[in-house]
Design a binder for this molecule. Structure first.
Ligand code: B3K
Ligand code: ZN
Length: 853
């Protein structure tokens, strides 16, 4: 496959100021006519239009038959003048489009997904994000089968045809790249509402779903309106069209898509009610609805010049949605969750064979670069700049960015320049964050000379080599730091923002009378790994006294992690300090239950493994099980049961407090089930049976799925029968079993892959079973290699249907170098097996070959 390089960017030779598209829609065969107004921009080459395998049925230039040729998938048309009208006609088959890129069929609907390079599969077009085009779209389809016809912008006309077909015409006044084009045709019901913008314009809002799903759209609508108001208040950004539509579809490669004025969503990020959706689902829906809405400015109004700039819109928009969610609920818990995601998904990426900078230098398949690095680390970069600028200057800088680049395709560099000029800061060295891959490590050590009143913090940073980047330079790391008195328990100084921009530095604190304890990287102000020499006693102290909630959580996690790593490596894993700290946290009446729930959760097996030079998953599982048991015994069954009971509510509510209590209650239930005591199993079964909401029901089901015996089988059967008709809930049934810690989980999951409700054709279902299983540190890493083989075989089968979704299963195998030699060899063998498969997509080829390289 061809490698595309960032340095090869050239401005387009031809621009397309306008296009008129005419769709004759039919699932089996859709005819697409396109009339492009083209104008020469640079160079003297022919017009090159990208295609996606389709053949041109007709090509006309200025109304006359014209000369053309195909070069690979590109349609090449020599043009003599400076401006022409170019007309093409193609036929495509939405119903056989299993890749779900371009125009495809999903549950009786026709819909599109064009980012990054799907538009070329619909019509011949210069499919690159720096070609901004004004669209006129005419849709014609059977009226009964497709009563609703939607596209971007405003509907300007509609009518019936004599043959039972009807048409609608849509105009989008905002020029946009092809990746933001969308259409939907289908039999849809709508939840309508409206929003009045800050300048008093009324925007008509619509969430379009299958009729039966209408009652599950309320939460998404409330989130949309909250997001519209938030973007006005926090960024001064107002919505710009008269309509904003969202459509939910069942088959979708990822979460959702920000097409101008017509967002298309994976239905799992729209549909929710208490019976079918968990608290986490409700939060994810609000976050994704907000994310796609925020893209209207950070993505649509200001788009990306080329796909290497992807983090320009994604990193910034993730940061925006994180801050929105923080404002809507508990900011502390939101930050803890976001850091957990970063550590679970991005740190391993940065430490593995697929490590790449936030602004990548090259790709074979751009779909592989919609990564945690581009999204979540990208968001951390924006967060660091916001931290260094402070709220007022950051707002001035984003105002400048939007004003300067509105209506254009911009670069990450443009963003940084706007931060510098609008915020009054020099970010020369900060740019390294965009070019260097890898997670920085900071060694921090605090010394105090009693009597001197001086405390000295010594900091040193390193950035490990990553593929293609053997040598690294120090990056500016904004570290929020404070000191606490061991004797008084009080904060000894104001919090300081220390920007470590050299390899090493010393920071002196004066007026420190008592022995100080170090609180560092508060709020996780820099996305780094901090190594300190803090003892178990110091961490326990901070877990009870730090006044930054993230740092307090972090102290407890570090305390647990140190014990676990010590146990695995045969050192002192005495659980007593952890038990005492958990007991103190549970007993502290001033703490928010949601926070307590997060703080006392054990680090995941995967994260424990990430701390080790060579991972033996059995040893990690034993250590974690041991600590879990010690915490159960140390606190006592009675106390855990009391905590469970104290956080039970008689009636379901969705407010943050009720969510936090449910979380803590279910964490307590998790500890109670550590030894599968019969009364704990019975308690979980009762919670399952009498739950009035999915959060509680699924929490119990998830825990019971790891047990053996009749109760487990009964609740799984009940759940299946209850929800057999609801695909999104059935996904949870597959996932609960895929994540089971049972020793026979591989066989169970293999059997589930033969279940009549299992299919690789629906990405949610494939991810629910195979994707979830690939994160199961016990089953996936079964010592005989059966888990690896299962995932590899499924991946190869999925690649034939849907390369993008298949390629996302490669990274778990790609971590082979991190495992003990036996597993490493088995994982590597499966990567080789994948690479040997015939007709491999370039998506999977890129990920698998880089993982071996
Ligand atoms: N921009 C889309 C992601 C498209 C992924 C294409 N492989 C959704 C989002 O980030 O909001
Ligand atoms: Zn996005």
């Amino acid at each position: 496959p061809i490698v595309v390089r960032r340095e090869d960017y050239r401005p387009p030779e031809w621009l397309v100021p306008e296009v008129a598209l005419d769709f004759d829609l039919d699932p089996a065969l859709t005819r697409v006519k396109a009339v492009l107004a083209v104008r020469r921009n640079a160079g003297d080459g022919p017009l090159r239009l990208d295609g996606g395998g389709q053949q041109p049925l007709a090509v006309r230039v200025d109304g006359a038959k014209a000369e053309w040729r195909m070069e690979g998938d590109q349609l090449v048309i020599p043009l003599a003048g400076e401006a022409h009208s170019v007309e093409t006609e193609v036929e495509i088959a939405p119903e056989t489009n299993t890749q779900l890129m371009g125009l495809y069929a999903s549950g009786g609907l026709l819909c599109t997904q064009c980012e990054a390079e799907g538009f070329r599969r619909i019509t011949f077009f210069p499919d690159r994000p720096d070609i901004l085009v004004r669209y006129q779209v005419k849709l014609t389809a059977d009226q009964r089968q497709f009563p609703v016809l939607l596209s971007n912008g405003d509907r300007v006309g509609a009518g019936m045809m004599p043959d039972g077909r009807h048409w609608a015409e849509w105009h989008d006044p905002f020029p946009k790249p092809g990746y933001l084009f969308a259409l939907v045709a289908g039999d849809l019901a709508v939840n309508r509402d409206s929003f009045t913008t800050m300048s008093g314009r009324v925007v008509e809002l619509g969430i379009w779903v299958a009729e039966a799903d209408l009652p599950r759209t309320g939460h998404a609508m409330a989130a949309l309106k909250a997001a519209m108001a938030w973007d006005e208040r926090v960024y001064g950004r107002e919505y710009d069209l008269d309509v904003f539509n969202i459509v939910a579809v069942a088959d979708f490669n990822f979460g959702a898509m920000e097409n101008k004025g017509l967002n298309i969503f994976n239905s799992r990020y729209i549909l929710a009610d208490p019976e079918t959706a968990t608290d986490a689902d409700f939060d994810a829906i609000a976050g994704v609805v907000a994310h796609e809405y925020f893209h209207n400015w950070s993505g649509d109004r200001v788009t990306c010049r080329d796909w290497f700039q992807l983090s320009l819109k994604e990193g910034f928009t993730v940061y925006r949605d994180q801050e929105f969610s923080a404002d809507m609920g508990s900011a502390a818990v939101k930050r803890i969750e976001d850091v957990r995601v970063l550590r679970a998904a991005q740190f391993p990426e940065d430490a593995g064979p697929l490590a790449h900078p936030v602004r990548p230098e090259s790709y074979m398949e751009i779909a592989n670069f919609y990564t945690a690095t581009v999204y979540n680390k990208g968001a951390e970069l924006i967060r660091m700049m916001a931290t260094m600028l402070g709220p007022e200057r950051f707002r001035a800088a984003t105002d400048l960015y939007f004003a300067r680049h509105d209506g254009t395709a911009a670069t990450c560099e443009d963003f940084v320049v706007a931060m510098e000029e609008g915020g009054g800061i020099d970010l020369s060295r900060f740019r390294l964050w965009y070019t260097q891959a890898g997670t920085p490590r900071v060694a921090a050590s605090l010394t105090h000379a009693p009597g001197s009143g001086k405390a000295v913090l010594r900091l040193a940073q390193t950035l490990p080599p990553t593929p293609g980047q053997p040598d690294k330079q120090p990056q500016p790391l904004p570290l929020r730091v404070a000191l606490f008195g061991e004797a008084s328990g009080a904060r000894l100084c104001d919090e300081r923002l220390v920007v470590l921009d050299e390899a090493q530095a010393e920071v002196v604190f004066d007026g420190i009378g008592e022995r100080p304890l170090l609180s560092i990287n508060r709020g996780f102000s820099a996305p780094v790994i901090v190594d300190t020499d803090r003892s178990a006693a110091e961490l326990a102290f901070l877990s009870a006294h730090d006044d930054d909630p993230f740092a307090r959580y972090e102290a407890m996690q570090q305390l647990m992690l140190d014990r676990l790593v010590a146990t695995v490596s045969g050192g002192d894993g005495d659980p007593a300090p952890v038990v005492a700290a958990v007991r103190a946290t549970i007993a502290d009446p001033t703490l928010d239950p949601a926070f307590v729930g997060e703080a006392i959760v054990l680090p995941s097996e995967a994260f424990i493994g990430d701390q080790l030079a060579s991972v033996d998953p059995d040893a990690v599982a034993r250590a974690r099980d041991g600590l879990r048991q010690a915490i159960l015994d140390g606190i006592g069954h009675g106390a855990w049961r009391a905590l469970w009971a104290a956080n039970r509510d008689n009636r379901y509510e969705l407010d943050p407090r009720a969510k936090g209590r449910r979380r803590l209650k279910n964490v307590a239930l998790g500890y109670l089930l550590a030894d599968e005591a019969p009364d704990a199993v019975a308690l979980a079964a009762d919670q399952y049976r009498y739950a009035d909401n999915m959060t509680d029901r699924l929490a119990a089901l998830q825990l019971l799925a790891s047990t053996r015996g009749a109760t487990r089988d009964a609740v799984l059967a009940d759940f299946h029968d209850r929800w057999a008709d609801n695909g999104l809930v059935l996904d949870k049934w597959f996932t609960a079993q895929a994540l089971s810690t049972r020793a026979d989980v591989v066989e169970l999951v293999e059997a589930l892959a033969r279940h009549p409700a299992f299919t690789l054709a629906n990405p949610n279902r494939a991810r629910a079973l195979i994707g979830a299983f690939a994160t199961n540190q016990r089953g996936f890493h079964a010592a005989d290699g059966r888990g690896y083989r299962f995932v590899a075989d499924m991946l190869i089968a999925l690649d034939r249907l849907n390369p993008q979704t298949a390629a996302r299963l490669v990274p778990p195998l790609g971590r082979w170098r991190r495992f003990e030699p036996g597993r490493a060899a088995l994982m590597k063998a499966q990567l080789e097996h994948i690479l040997a498969a015939p007709r491999l997509s370039k998506d999977v080829y890129e990920q698998a070959s880089k993982s071996l390289g």
